[in-house]
Design a protein around this ligand. Sequence first.
Ligand code: BMA
Length: 318
Amino acid sequence: MNNHHPELFRRHASNPILTVADWPYPANSVFNPGAVLLPDGTTLLLCRVEDRRGLSHLSAARSANGVDGWQIDPRPTLQGDPENHPEELWGIEDPRITWVPELEKYAVVYTAYTRDGPGVSLAFTRDFREFERFGIVMSPEDKDAALLPHRIGGEWAMIHRPVSAARAHMWISYSPDLRHWGNHKLMLEARKGAWWDANKIGLSPPPLETPQGWLVIYHGVRHTAAGVIYRLGLALFDLLAPERCLRRGEEWIFGPEEPYEVRGDVDNVVFPCGYTIAPDGDTMNLYYGAADTSIARATGSVAAMLQWLEEHGTASQP
Ligand code: BMA
């Protein structure tokens, strides 16, 4: 129990489940993994690996049970390619993975980091060995993006987080061909003042389609005298018009508490980029970066999250 608040996520007893000590080649830190359950039941994490220059690339780790026995690619799986993609000059980060049935491919949406700041890039893969790059789809400064798994009203939809002024909100944009994006809509705003999500918000893992709506786990950032705190909140969006927020939780549901979340290269950060859903259709295994240093797992119930939003969420303004 956490001060009598309902606990929606339970940390795994062997957290952190992956650290740089597990890596088959030298690196500084591993964190913020995208996640998928492959058809054979293998959990694949596409991990952000930061090298000692400070630049990040992505590497795949596969496990039969999603907790241990990880087989980690002996070399970087997907790296910045600044010759062909200048927007990847300073590396690639924070992948969000979506299985797209229409294309029979996984979409990997990641942050491409260059002189003008972070932007959003898109690639497709079937096997996490070969990737087809679409290049940058959202120009800097933008990040925290994921593709929705199917078209809505005939158009593809991508959630992302452009930065314009002091605060930074979640937006959704639409595309007929995955290359040209428009029809931009504000989706969820950072709150103001004292709120836990006052300063910046962004999508964390890809949204989950449920009969009640798109369930979104987002991160909220609060600036304090001691630095920033990254915590997670919940919101629910209309299935047919995902820019329309149906419910938004007021309180954060998961935040840095354990030593590996509180201390690291960046203190006080929990940052999930993916989850797997167990065959029961309800159990969510959330994979998150802890303090920009290691990878941890926490488990929750989708039904419990929806119920919590029903009880503790408020209808957001249109
Ligand atoms: C944000 C994210 C993450 C990182 C976090 C804390 O900007 O994009 O890459 O985990 O900062 O440093």
